[in-house]
Design a protein around this ligand. Structure first.
Ligand code: GDP
Ligand code: MG
Length: 411
């Protein structure tokens, strides 16, 4: 049997059915509640949520001076060069110290701007010891124009220390621009990109790197070229408890990233729904629904931040694409997104939008016996689940519209 599909009965314009809960999730919930001891299950779930949300992630950005390390440290956090707490760009490093930059929303994610490696008698061992290599989850080696001998020496040393590294060939925009000037008639972007990629891989092979992972990027246009492949590979190669926070911390600049964020957040909904059964649920006046409004409020704010639909992130995005922030806001359909998300607002939504909840709870009760026997707990579970599911769906669609608006070329 496939997971539950439900119609939103009162919203005539959206009669499409959609997957709400997958069989895999039903199985996970069953396992968590197997012993019928809600208290025990809640403790475990809290632990699991704590672990994935607070997983520390430290990304080291290294490479020659001028290759774009500091610029990358900013754009990967969704910041522009002039924003508060952005790394200074266009300055030559003079110390051997690396500097940590916190992600504005996820403080356990830190991107480290490492000193440049350009000196002629570069000693990778000393360099890695000086920057305290052991604290990083992985290294990004940036270069522009081509990879140099020092990059290769460094990569080998990183590997021998048991860490992962990825090569970024930055400033692709300049390469393309240059070629466009030179080859006015025969210019072919795709061909040129694969030439650059092949050339990088070849020179790294020659230097003795067996299976180099190379990504072509432009920090000025991060959503182009190999950014999506890069986030895909980095995510896959991280330990599983770090993937969630890595995914959520990525800048909202491509549709695949938005889709992945939605997926990552959806996977956690059942946990929050289960937690909501544990707290003394407060009945909502005028409704047979009771649930923990605090959990809903906190999660909705979390979703808004993850998709960059808070005021500050919207301003940064507008700034980046030379758009007016109000123009971006004009495509947001969900009325909650632009308001202050608080208990009053969520309570209003609950009393208004309990559609489908009962049907959903019936489904849960017949598939997850424990939920059926929890009475008030079951209602709280179903209500929380459906509320978060719907809000996540709406906000993810808003984020998509905002991004497409930002990417629209000026008329
Ligand atoms: P760092 O020394 O490695 O930290 O390099 P910076 O981040 O300070 O960048 C050096 C210069 O390259 C700055 O003027 C940046 O604006 C510029 N730059 C960085 N990334 C790109 C890029 O992708 N394309 C272009 N055209 N310029 C870039
Ligand atoms: Mg720098």
């Amino acid at each position: 049997m496939k997971g539950l599909k439900i119609r939103k009965p009162l919203e005539i314009e959206s009669l499409e059915s959609y997957d709400i809960i997958s069989n895999r999730e039903v199985e996970e919930i069953k396992t968590a509640l197997e012993e019928g001891d809600l208290c025990k299950a809640t403790e475990k779930i809290k632990q699991s949520l704590h672990e994935i949300e607070n997983a520390p992630l430290n990304i080291a950005v290294t490479g020659e001076s001028g290759s774009g390390k500091s610029t990358f440290v900013n754009v990967i956090r969704g910041l522009n060069d002039e924003d508060e707490d952005s790394a200074k760009t266009g300055v030559t490093e003079t110390t051997m110290e690396s500097k940590a930059y916190k992600h504005p929303q996820y403080n356990n994610v830190r991107i480290w701007d490492l000193p440049g490696i350009g000196t002629p008698n570069f000693k990778p061992e000393e360099y890695l010891a000086a920057v305290k290599f052991e604290q990083y989850d992985f290294f990004i080696i940036m270069s522009s124009e081509r990879f140099r001998h020092n990059d290769i020496l460094l990569a080998k040393e990183i590997k021998s220390m048991g860490k992962n590294f990825y090569f970024v060939r930055n400033k692709i925009d300049s390469d393309l621009h240059g070629a466009q000037q030179r080859r006015k008639k025969s210019y072919n972007e795709d061909k040129l990109l694969s030439e650059i990629r092949d050339d990088c891989i070849k020179s790294l092979h020659k230097g003795g790197i067996q299976d180099p992972k190379v990504f072509l990027l432009s920090c000025l246009d991060l959503n182009k070229y190999d950014f999506n492949q890069m986030q895909e590979i980095l995510e896959q190669e991280l330990p599983s408890h770090k993937r969630h926070v890595f995914m959520l911390s990525l800048p909202n600049i491509s549709l695949p990233v938005l889709e992945k964020k939605r997926h990552a957040l959806k996977k956690q909904i059942w946990k929050w729904a289960t937690l909501s059964c544990g707290v003394a649920a407060i009945p909502i006046p005028g409704l047979s629904v009771a649930c923990d409004v605090g959990i809903l409020v906190a999660q909705m704010i979390e979703y808004r931040n993850a998709f960059g639909l808070d005021q500050k992130s919207l301003e940064n995005l507008a700034n980046k694409f030379n758009k007016d922030v109000n123009e971006l806001k004009s495509v947001i359909k969900s009325p909650i997104v632009v308001k202050e998300i608080n208990k009053e607002l969520v309570t209003t939504l609950l009393t208004r939008g309990a559609t489908g909840v009962l049907m959903f709870i019936e489904y849960l009760a017949s598939n997850i016996p424990v939920v059926g026997t929890m009475a008030a707990g079951g209602i709280s579970f179903g209500t929380t689940y459906l509320m978060l599911y719907n809000f996540l769906k709406d906000i993810a669609e808003d984020a998509e519209r905002v991004l497409l608006k930002a990417l629209e070329s000026p008329v």
